[in-house]
Write a protein that binds this ligand. Structure first.
Ligand code: NAD
Ligand code: UDP
Length: 314
C-alpha cells in the first residue's frame, strides 16, 4: 500500500513509519517540524527508497500525485508544554488540518485514521475510562486548545464517515513513552529520565498522587496499525492499564538509574491536570485482539539506554 503519515517526524509518527516500512509498504511522511525533529527520520530520509518526505504544514491543502491507500493523521503538538506554546497551531492542525486530510482521503478513496487522545475524557468522573464516557473537559481552560481540538477532530472524522462515506478510524491514545521523545517537551517520563541522568532534582508536581498509565511505544504503534486494518469505525482506547502514581514513576526511574544523585522535589500542580487516568482496553482486546506486552521496567530501561549518552551534560 501507499501510506501517508502526518506528524511523521514526531515521536509516534516516526515509530509508526518504521513499523509500516517493515511490512513492505511505501510511505509518504509529512511534517513541518513544529515539535518533531529531523533526526527522528534521519535513518529514512534520502536513505530508504520506499520513503518520501514532504516538509509541509497540513493546515494548508496538500498536493499529492498518485494513488493513496491510507492516511494516519498524527500531526499535533502532544505535550502540555508544547500545546501551551503553540495554542493556535494546535487548534488549527486538529481542525483545518483534519479537514484537509479527510478531503484528501475522500478524493483518493483512502482510509483515514485520526490520532485522538485520552485528554478527550478531561479530568474524568468515570474510572477507568471507557470509550462510551463523554468526558469532563474545561472548554476554555489551559488544556482546552488540545482537548477541545481533539474532540472537534473526532467530530469531523465521524461526520465525514456518516455524510461523505469516508472510511475512518479513531484511536484515543493514553500516555506513551519511549525513544525519540523530545527531552525538553515537559512530558513526565522523559523529563524524569533527563533529570535523573543529569543528577538534577526530579520535579514532581503536587504530591505526586495523580495517576497515569504508561504504554511502551512498540505496543502502541502495533495497536494503531491493527486499528487501521480493522473494520471498526468507533473510537478505540489504546494504552496500557498499568496505572501508577507520578511519585511511583519518579521512584521507578531512580531505581533504574542507581548511580543518579537526584532527589525528588515537589512543585505546584498545573491547573486542570487530570487526577486519574487509566484506559479500559476491553474494546481493543475484543475487536483487535490487542493488549500491551512490554512490562514497564523493561520499557523504561530501553528508553534510559537510548538517552544515556546523549542526555548527560558534558
Ligand atoms: P510529537 O510532538 O512528537 O509529534 C507530532 C508531530 O506533528 C511533530 O513532528 C510535529 O512537528 C508535527 N506537526 C504538528 N503540527 C503540524 C502541522 N500543522 N503540519 C505538519 N506536521 C505537524 O507528538 P507525539 O507524541 O508523537 O504525538 C503524535 C500524535 O499522537 C498527536 O496527534 C498526539 O495528540 C497523539 N497522542 C500522543 C500521545 C502520547 O503519549 N505520545 C498521547 C495521546 C495522543
Ligand atoms: N508531571 C510532573 N512533573 C513533570 C512533568 C509532569 O509531576 O516534570 C505530572 C503532570 O502534572 C501530570 C503527569 O505528570 O500529572 C503527566 O504529565 P505529562 O505532561 O506527561 O502528560 P499529561 O498526561 O498530563 O498530558
Amino acid at each position: 500500500m501507499r501510506i501517508l503519515i502526518s506528524g511523521a517526524a514526531g515521536f509516534l509518527g516516526s515509530h509508526l513509519t518504521d513499523l509500516l516500512l517493515s511490512q513492505g509498504h511505501d510511505l509518504v511522511g509529512v511534517d513541518n517540524f513544529l515539535t518533531g525533529k529531523p533526526q527522528n527520520i534521519a535513518h529514512l530520509r534520502g536513505v530508504n527508497p520506499r520513503y518520501t518526505f514532504i516538509e509541509a504544514d497540513v493546515i494548508q491543502p496538500l498536493k499529492l500525485d498518485g494513488p493513496l491507500d491510507r492516511v494516519y493523521h498524527m500531526a499535533s503538538p502532544a505535550s502540555p508544554v508544547g500545546y501551551a506554546k503553540h495554542q493556535v497551531a494546535t487548534l488549527k492542525v486538529n481542525s483545518q488540518g483534519t479537514w484537509n486530510l479527510l478531503e484528501l482521503c475522500q478524493a483518493k478513496n483512502a482510509r483515514f485514521l485520526m490520532a485522538s487522545t485520552s485528554e478527550c475524557y478531561g479530568d474524568p468522573a468515570v474510572h477507568p475510562q471507557r470509550e462510551d464516557y463523554w468526558g469532563n473537559v474545561n472548554p476554555i481552560g489551559l488544556r482546552s486548545m488540545y482537548d477541545e481540538a481533539k474532540r472537534f477532530s473526532e467530530a469531523c472524522t465521524k461526520a465525514s464517515n456518516r455524510e461523505r462515506k469516508v472510511d475512518t478510524r479513531i484511536i484515543r491514545i493514553f500516555n506513551t513513552y519511549g525513544p525519540r521523545m523530545d527531552p525538553y517537551d515537559g512530558r513526565v517520563v522523559i523529563s524524569f529520565i533527563r533529570q535523573a541522568l543529569n543528577n538534577e532534582p526530579l520535579t514532581v508536581f503536587g504530591e505526586g498522587t495523580q495517576t497515569r498509565s504508561l504504554c511502551y511505544v512498540s505496543d502502541l504503534v502495533r495497536g494503531i496499525n491493527l486499528t487501521m486494518e480493522s473494520d471498526f469505525c468507533e473510537p478505540i482506547n489504546l494504552g496500557n492499564p498499568d496505572e501508577l502514581t507520578i511519585l511511583q514513576i519518579a521512584r521507578d526511574i531512580l531505581e533504574l538509574i542507581p548511580q543518579s544523585k537526584s532527589i525528588i522535589t515537589h512543585h505546584p500542580m498545573p491547573p486542570d491536570d487530570p487526577r486519574l487516568r487509566c484506559p479500559d482496553i476491553t474494546r481493543a482486546k475484543q475487536i483487535l485482539g490487542w493488549s500491551p506486552v512490554v512490562p514497564r521496567k523493561e520499557g523504561l530501561k530501553k528508553m534510559i539506554d537510548f538517552y544515556r549518552d546523549q542526555l548527560i551534560k558534558k
